[in-house]
Ligand binder design. Sequence first.
Ligand SMILES: [Ca+2]
Length: 453
Amino acid sequence: MKKPILLICLFASFLPAFSQKKFTDKELATVVWAMGQMNPEGFTLRLSDLTQPKEGIMVSYGATQNSTDRKSIPAVIKHAKAHEGLVGGSLIPEDGTYYFDSTRPFPEDSLAAALAFARENGQKSVYVTSKDIHVKSNYEQKDIRIIYDCDMGSSTDDLFALMMLYRYMDMHRCTLLGVIVDRMDRANADAVDVMNNYYGYPDIPIGLETQGVEGPRVFIPYHNVAYARTPDAEPMFRRTVGDEGTYLDGYKLYRKLLAAQPDKSVTIASVGFLTCLARLMESGPDEYSPLSGLDLLQQKVKAIYLMGGVFGDSFEHDYNFTAAIRYSQVFFNKLPKDIDIVFSPGEVGDPLYYSAETIVNDMDWTDIHPIKWIYQFLNEDKFQKMWDPLAVIQAVEGDELFSLSERGWVELTPTGETLFTPDPKGNARYQLPGDARWSKAMLNYIRLMAIQH
Ligand SMILES: [Ca+2]
């Protein structure tokens, strides 16, 4: 504890001069070094007035990236003075080294630009100041082709997960091949049509379940969002399919999309019922493919990320699986053993509470937004737990952000319990709940996508 006190004294010696004095480079170097000592987790400092910015996406310049000791700080300060006048420090956990950098700030609604700059400068992540999170710049632009299968029309986490996918598309991190709506009623597919248009992807195909769960539970009845009108009675949101258009049956769209893709190239993020997947598995050859649905799945799909499952000591029935138990059992019994499956159990998303008030505040950048409309015009004030985005985030970003179980096999009992049998050769893993800090960071990540535009 001796060190911080000493350094605070050292700092205090600068204080009276803050407003008037122009600091010498030597003084600045002392302060930057002290900041590094006092902020083991990182800092950003404005050299002009020695304050720390409260917002902004901070990206380090490649030019100063190997500055790890006191001797290297003057060069960092020189570079910062010639650029934005910001110096950052951060500990890189992989090698336990503390780095000082000249830093470029981006507005917090410019994540894509910040990440592009990070990649150009060889930086693995950017720091979002107001949210206190690091976002990976995802060096390798992986060719991830996703089909998103959701029970749109009840909880809004399906909408937020879809929003994440558009944001990932903006960042060239994945290709959304299509959206399957496994909750019957075309209004739910129309809601996806609205989202596609709102986020600038009006041509992403949408499929709709026709023989799924009858009268499923509804948490927030937002299915009419597609038909919202302005005070002048004009449609509030643009649509591609419109009232006259039709949607392919969900399993048919699966067949059409899978048939057109290279082998073992498709990732499915399934965050609703398993009805469309089960009907795909039971389907025979058709105009899209001479293969059976099961063969198509086996040939084209490499991984499925599935929201649901209850593991560990508690044996409970998973609602999504139980509501369509016959279909769910078809899915679990027929799933090819070489398709990787990762479960995102409800308990992992449970602590990620996104309040109605925060949602509306995060979307203060626009007056018109489908999700904002739900909270404002339906007078909806329920908290929404962010379950579904966790399946999508792992599907796109990989395992690194998550703690996962060992490998094993999962079977579904006739009453909807998921039983896990450990086996290193198994195809299944499940996400483990994170601590409070992890949950907060994940929620902030989702919120960042909500504000970014
Ligand atoms: Ca869902």
